[in-house]
Design a protein around this ligand. Structure first.
Ligand code: PRP
Ligand code: URA
Length: 213
C-alpha cells in the first residue's frame, strides 16, 4: 500500500489493480461489473480492517484446551453511500457477517455537481462502532465529505472510508475536511473532466452496478 498522507492509503496489490481494469472496460457488462465491485469490497475491506483488536478466549480443540484470539472491542457498522456504495457491502459482510449496515442516500446534482442528502439511517449505538463507509467513486469529494459530516453529527467517531477510484481533487478535499478518517483508495486517477467525472475512471458506477442507463 502507498501512504499518500497520514490516514490516506492507495492499494498496490496486483489483484486489486487487475479487477479495477475489468471495471474500467466499457465492454464489461452489469453482471460481471457487480461481482467485481463486490470482490473489491472484500479485498479492500480485508486490508482496511487489519487493525481490528483481538482478545484471547479459552477454547477446547479435539486435542486440548488452549487460548485463541477472537475479535474484541468495538462493533462494526458498514455504511454504503447510495446507490453505488451498496455494491461493495456484500464483500465486506462476507468477512464480518455480524456487522450492522446503515445507509446514507446521496445524489449529485447533474449541473452543479453538489451532493444532496435524501436518506440517513445508522445502526445504534453509532458512537461505539468502527464505521466503514463505502462508495466506489470519490470525484469532487462532495458526497464523501457530506456523508462523513452526517455520521459525525450522529455521533460516529472511528470512521474508515473505502473507495475504488479517486480523483486527486476529491482526495485533497476529503483529507482537508476529515483528516482523522482513514481513506483507502483502490487507484488514484488523473483528474476530473468538465462534468466532474473521473478520468479515465469507469463511468457512472451506480448505473453500471444496477444496469440503469
Ligand atoms: C456517485 C458516486 C459518489 C458520487 C461521487 O454517486 O457513487 O457517491 O457520485 O461524486 P462526488 O465525489 O463528486 O460527490 P451519484 O451521485 O451518481 O449517485 P448514484 O450512486 O445513485 O448513481
Ligand atoms: N460518480 C461516478 O459514478 N463516476 C464518476 O466518474 C464521478 C462521479
Amino acid at each position: 500500500m502507498n501512504k499518500l498522507y497520514d490516514n490516506v492509503f492507495e492499494f498496490t496489490h496486483p489483484l486489486i489493480q487487475h479487477k479495477i481494469t475489468i471495471l474500467r472496460d466499457k465492454h464489461t457488462g452489469t453482471n460481471e461489473f457487480r461481482s467485481v465491485v463486490e470482490e473489491l469490497g472484500m479485498l479492500m475491506g480485508y486490508e482496511a480492517l487489519a487493525d481490528l483488536p483481538l482478545e484471547d478466549i479459552e477454547i477446547e480443540t479435539p486435542i486440548e484446551h488452549c487460548k485463541s484470539p477472537v475479535l474484541s472491542g468495538r462493533k462494526l457498522a458498514i455504511v454504503p453511500i447510495l446507490r453505488a456504495g451498496l455494491g461493495m457491502v456484500p464483500g465486506i459482510l462476507a468477512l464480518t457477517p455480524s456487522a450492522k449496515v446503515g445507509h446514507i442516500g446521496m445524489y449529485r446534482d447533474e449541473d452543479t455537481h453538489e451532493p444532496h442528502e435524501y436518506f440517513c439511517k445508522l445502526p445504534k449505538p453509532i458512537d461505539q462502532r468502527t464505521i466503514v463507509v463505502t462508495d466506489p467513486m470519490l470525484a469532487t469529494g462532495g458526497s464523501a465529505v457530506d456523508a462523513v459530516d452526517m455520521i459525525k453529527q450522529k455521533g460516529g467517531k472511528k470512521i474508515k472510508f473505502i473507495c475504488i477510484i479517486a480523483a486527486p481533487e476529491g482526495i485533497e478535499k476529503f483529507h482537508t475536511a476529515h483528516p482523522d478518517v482513514e481513506l483507502y483508495i483502490g487507484h488514484v486517477d488523473r483528474e476530473l473532466n468538465a462534468n466532474a467525472y473521473i478520468c479515465p475512471g469507469l463511468g457512472d458506477a451506480g448505473d453500471r452496478i444496477f444496469g440503469t442507463k
